[in-house]
Design a protein around this ligand. Structure first.
Ligand code: F6P
Length: 356
């Protein structure tokens, strides 16, 4: 394959702190090889209608510490299944045609499992792709950490710190819902760091009566408040709450998971309970030092993979080093919290209940 001169780069799926650090690092690294980087707006949508912009050094100035993505993102557009009313069309040919017409020689896809799945399909259709893993949920199996996770955990921990004194002052139970559709990493890390009493995660089905029992014991001991952290995808034993998995707007609605849990605890224990959904706050804000660094390392490494013609690979963190893994392996399975692990055991040792 000839040396690429024009690189395209997109961000797909939910945004996350550190995306701009990746974009900036990729542009700055590509400049060293004399290459041009083009940003594709709003994920794959920007390749369906050729919505691209040249990312000069000027364009990526001052973005290292900013949240969001300067390219825009969407988790609704899959060129292999474009929805128009009730119709679903495969428009992948159009994307490939646009990509070639623009003279792009490589595509860097910064995204989670949804984006990398689409990227892999394009790879099989001949598009030279390099992936960069992204999600605040930290559930990509091929890498030890995804950028954005550290910032999201810091935000959630900060919220728990702020809820502690008000919970204690009013002798209340606070039920705090954090993101984590399929994996409980944010709940687990912030719950331990924020001194939660109960952590509910998708990997450990919970018995709501055991959660209530834990709350009762705390009040009996004279600790007249409790903090419960619940991942959005946490499931009660024997299934899900009716409508739980469809109703994922990350708002404090009547039917949101934390509200249902709060209502049950209120009825069962008679204590005053409040439900809080942290929602998209966890996706915002300035990336932490860790996420800026990891994002920068990923962005630079992705361009080095393009330089070396290593297409069909994704950058990943393993043993503290950035390595290249097969995109296919990377999307094959998600990374759940290992139920038997040091971190879960640490939580148990600290007296944190999982409702199991
Ligand atoms: O994938 C990351 C994530 O934060 C999930 O935890 C959550 O379910 C989803 O994004 C929310 O996305 P949306 O922007 O569609 O509400």
């Amino acid at each position: 394959m000839p040396e690429p001169k024009k690189l395209a780069m997109l961000t797909g799926g939910g945004d996350c702190p550190g995306l701009n650090a990746v974009i900036r690092a990729a542009v700055m690294t590509a400049r060293n090889y004399g290459w041009e980087v083009y940003g594709v707006r709003n994920g794959f949508a920007g390749l369906l209608r050729v919505d691209v912009l040249r990312l000069s050094r000027e364009k990526v100035k001052g973005i290292l510490h900013t949240g969001g993505t300067i390219l825009g993102s969407t988790n609704k557009v899959d060129p292999f299944a474009v929805k128009a009313g009730t119709q679903v069309d495969d428009q992948s040919d159009l994307v490939i045609e646009n990509f070639r017409n623009e003279g792009f020689e490589a595509l860097i896809t910064i995204g989670g499992d949804g984006t990398q799945n689409i990227a892999y399909k394009f790879l099989k259709r001949g598009i030279p792709v390099v992936g960069v893993p992204k999600t605040i949920d930290n559930d990509v199996s091929a890498t030890e950490v995804t950028f954005g996770f550290d910032t999201a955990v810091a935000t959630a921990t900060d919220a728990l710190d702020k809820l502690h004194p008000t919970a204690e002052s009013h002798q209340r139970v606070m039920v705090v819902e954090v993101m984590g559709r399929n994996a409980g990493w944010i709940a687990l890390h912030s719950g331990i760091a924020g001194g939660a009493d109960v952590i509910l995660i998708p990997e450990i089905p919970f018995d709501i009566d055991k959660v209530c029992a834990k709350v009762r014991v705390r009040y009996e001991m004279g600790r007249n408040f409790a903090i419960i952290v619940v991942a959005e995808g946490a499931l009660p034993t024997g299934g899900e709450f009716k409508g739980q998995l469809e109703d994922r707007r990350h708002e404090a609605t009547e039917s949101s998971l934390c509200n249902r849990i709060a209502q049950y605890i209120r009825r069962d224990t008679g204590h005053d309970v409040r439900a809080i959904v942290l929602g998209h706050l966890q996706r915002g804000g300035s990336p932490t030092t860790y996420d800026r660094l990891l994002g920068s390392r990923y962005g630079a490494a992705a361009v080095r993979l393009v330089r070396d013609g290593q297409f069909g690979k994704m950058v990943a963190l393993r043993g503290g080093e950035i390595v290249a893994v097969d995109l296919h392996d990377a999307i094959e399975r998600m990374k759940a919290v290992p139920v038997v692990s040091d971190i879960v055991q640490t939580a148990r040792d600290l007296g944190i209940a999982f409702g199991d």
